[in-house]
Design a protein around this ligand. Sequence first.
Ligand code: FES
Length: 104
Amino acid sequence: MTARWIKVATTNAIDEDDMIAVEIEGRHIAIYHVGGVFHATANVCTHAYALLTDGFLDECTIECPLHAGRFDITTGKALGAPVTQDLKVYALRVEGTDILIALD
Ligand code: FES
């Protein structure tokens, strides 16, 4: 299926070293701004139900607020117990001040 690029935010809506939660077509998605670069992942932890944007962002690592599971936001990789399943990562691009992600 061809990816559809959807505008999810503007660059000035997310401070450096911060993140926002968006809901697009029923999907919870987290948009992060780290080191001048934007990233997008699923916002629901793969361990149980918690929104990662309620957690703690440390450079490119997001720590879940519920049981402290951690993921790499650039790859979605689960970084250790209790999380074992990687996080979905969305392709993202910036056009002017618009942040777009690819939905399949
Ligand atoms: Fe995220 Fe358990 S719900 S680590």
